[in-house]
Design a protein around this ligand. Sequence first.
Ligand code: KG4
Ligand code: ZN
Length: 337
Amino acid sequence: MRILGIETSCDDTGVAVYDHTRGLLAHRLYSQTPIHAEYGGVVPELASRDHVQKLLPLVRAVMWEAETQPADMDGVAYTAGPGLVGALLVGAAVGRALAYAWGVPALGVHHMEGHLLSPMLEADPPAFPFLALLVSGGHTLLADVRRVGDYRILGESLDDAVGEAFDKTAKLLGLGYPGGPAIARLARNGERGRYHFPRPMTDKPGLDFSFSGLKTAVVNCVDGKELAPQAIADIAHAFQEAAVDTLVIKCKRALHETAHQRLVVAGGVSANQLLRERMADMANAQGAKVYYPRLEFATDNGAMIAYTGYVRLAAGQRDALAFGAYPRWEIDSLPKL
Ligand code: KG4
Ligand code: ZN
């Protein structure tokens, strides 16, 4: 089975071709970061318009690179939600239309399920069941994963997602958009112990998260002051430590409570090197193993959508001729395979 995957839920146009015997044949990403950077965040209307311009040329390029003709295709998967509605609609309309023209089934994929399954594209994929930590710009959630579609949510952020906290803190420190990579870069020059921020909700039982308090702690610390470059690096360092510590503490607790031996960490924030190292250390000490997507598939990409589409299309799931976009869509409402 050969599937075209299309991702347009936010500010990245991602396209890939996945073949179930040969693996990923080609994948490309066009990042809109320069378009949104001057506004300090994603401007939805600009995102939609740019997807319109970039998507079809990207599909052509990926098909050419994969040495694939429409006649070789068995299905098209596109991100149907959650995300920005206008951006989603571009991928959904193009994906559905291509599938119709090619006479193959189409499927709208859940973006966070795409992240969740992204480590399956690696050489050493995790076996089911496992614990999953999904950390992106819009979500922070811990799930007990029995099999594809069987997701029991153990904990979620009650306010800001952890990626959002990185982005807002970066903005506050004048580091631009997107904030995660900027904070991680600067934190390397930061001095340990100059600042200390809270590890929200780690002193209470439970697996929920809250990151708006961490952001507020940084706001109070900065308090309109003109900061020297070293102080900004020290704050970035302390913020990253607090965010990573919080995620690691909750994952340790969840591993203990569920007795899982495998932990998947995926989504944009899983690109964070400190998080990868600390999570691996914690898991090793617990006799568990952590699975990550490769760095380029930690953030949004078409490959994870092509793979997730393959898994569900192969199981016989497909959409009707109508297509939809779902800005809000709970991951635990998906059909179990
Ligand atoms: O999964 P993703 O690409 O898009 C969403 O589905 O939201 O995640 C984007 C988020 C942003 O908040 C970005 O700042 C964060 O992932 N991010 C990082 C790093 N790279 C991206 N956060 C921390 N450290 C990084 N290296
Ligand atoms: Zn994402």
